[in-house]
Design a protein around this ligand. Structure first.
Ligand SMILES: C[S@@+](CC[C@H](N)C(=O)[O-])C[C@H]1O[C@@H](n2cnc3c(N)ncnc32)[C@H](O)[C@@H]1O
Length: 248
C-alpha cells in the first residue's frame, strides 16, 4: 500500500519525461496509436476467430542463425495503411510475405483480390499456426488461393508470378541478400513489374540500408505508419520490368 504514491509519482515523472522528449502532440499521437491498435487487434482477431498476437523469441523458435528474427506481428493499423497505399491489380498480382509467422499479414492481404497470397515461414510451429488461422478466416477472404510454405526463405524458389514482396524485417545478412538475389533471378527469367514493400522503422535501420544496396531496386514511395515509423516501397528497374510499352 505504501508503494502507491511512489508508483503514481514515477508514472507522472515518466509522462512528463515523454512530453519533454516528444512534445504534447507526440505523446497524444503515441497514445492514439496504442488505442487504435488495441481496438483493431480485438476486432480482427475476434471477428475472424484467429490468434496471431504475441512475441516468440529466437531462442524459443530454436533459431541457430543470428540473422533470423523473432516472431512479432505487424500491427493491424500499419497493415491497413500499407495495403491502402498499394494498388492491387485484381487476379494478376501475387503477394508474398517472407517470414509470415502466424499469418496475420497473409490474411489481411487476402482480403484484397490478389490472384494468390503466399506466406513463407521458417518455423514449422508458426507455419502450422498460420495454416490454422487461414482456414478459420477463409470464408471472409477475397483471394482464392492462399499457400503457407514452411521453408528457410533463402532456399525458397520465388515463383515467377510474384509481384509484391513484403518484408517486416524478418531476416538480415546473407539470408536477405540471397532472397533478394532469388527475386531478381525470377525477374530475369520472367521480366515483370514487381514491388518490394519493407515495413521498417526509419531509413537508417540496417535492414533498410541493406535493401538499398541492391541497386536493381529503386525507392518509389514512403508510407507513414504508427509511432512515426515508415514503410518503403521499392520497384524494380526497367531491365527486369519487361519490354517498355510504346507511348500511345
Ligand atoms: C517480425 S516477424 C514478422 C511476421 C509477419 N510477417 C508480420 O509482419 O506479421 C518475422 C518472421 O520471420 C520468420 N523468419 C525468420 N527467419 C526466417 C527465414 N530464414 N526464413 C523464413 N522465415 C523466417 C520468423 O520466424 C518470424 O515469424
Amino acid at each position: 500500500m505504501e508503494e502507491r504514491p511512489l508508483t503514481a509519482g514515477r508514472t507522472a515523472m515518466g509522462v512528463l519525461r515523454r512530453i519533454r522528449e516528444k512534445g504534447v502532440a507526440g505523446v497524444s499521437r503515441a497514445v492514439w496509436d496504442r488505442l487504435e491498435e488495441r481496438l483493431l487487434e480485438g476486432y480482427y482477431e475476434r471477428s475472424l476467430g484467429i490468434a496471431t498476437a504475441g512475441r516468440i523469441s529466437r531462442q524459443a523458435l530454436g533459431y541457430e542463425s543470428a540473422e533470423w528474427s523473432e516472431y512479432g506481428a505487424s500491427t493491424y493499423g500499419n497493415i491497413r495503411r500499407i495495403m491502402r497505399a498499394m494498388e492491387v491489380d485484381p487476379d494478376r498480382d501475387v503477394f508474398v510475405d517472407f517470414g509470415c509467422g502466424k499469418g496475420r499479414v497473409v490474411i489481411a492481404a487476402a482480403f484484397y483480390p490478389f490472384a494468390r497470397v503466399i506466406g513463407v515461414e521458417r518455423s514449422p510451429a508458426l507455419g502450422d499456426a498460420a495454416r490454422r488461422n487461414v482456414e478459420r478466416a477463409r470464408s471472409r477472404l477475397a483471394c482464392p488461393r492462399i499457400d503457407i510454405v514452411t521453408a528457410d526463405a533463402s532456399a525458397y524458389d520465388v515463383p515467377d508470378e510474384a509481384t509484391i514482396i513484403y518484408f517486416a524485417s524478418p531476416f538480415s545478412g546473407a539470408t536477405l541478400d540471397t532472397v533478394l538475389d532469388n527475386v531478381k533471378a525470377s525477374l530475369v527469367r520472367s521480366p515483370r513489374r514487381l514491388r518490394v514493400v519493407s515495413h521498417g522503422y526509419d531509413a537508417a535501420n540496417p535492414f533498410e540500408q541493406q535493401i538499398r544496396r541492391h541497386e536493381w531496386l529503386a525507392l518509389s514511395a514512403e508510407i507513414p505508419l504508427q509511432r512515426s515509423n515508415s514503410a518503403w516501397v521499392y520497384v524494380n528497374s526497367r531491365w527486369t520490368c519487361g519490354p517498355v510499352q510504346p507511348a500511345a
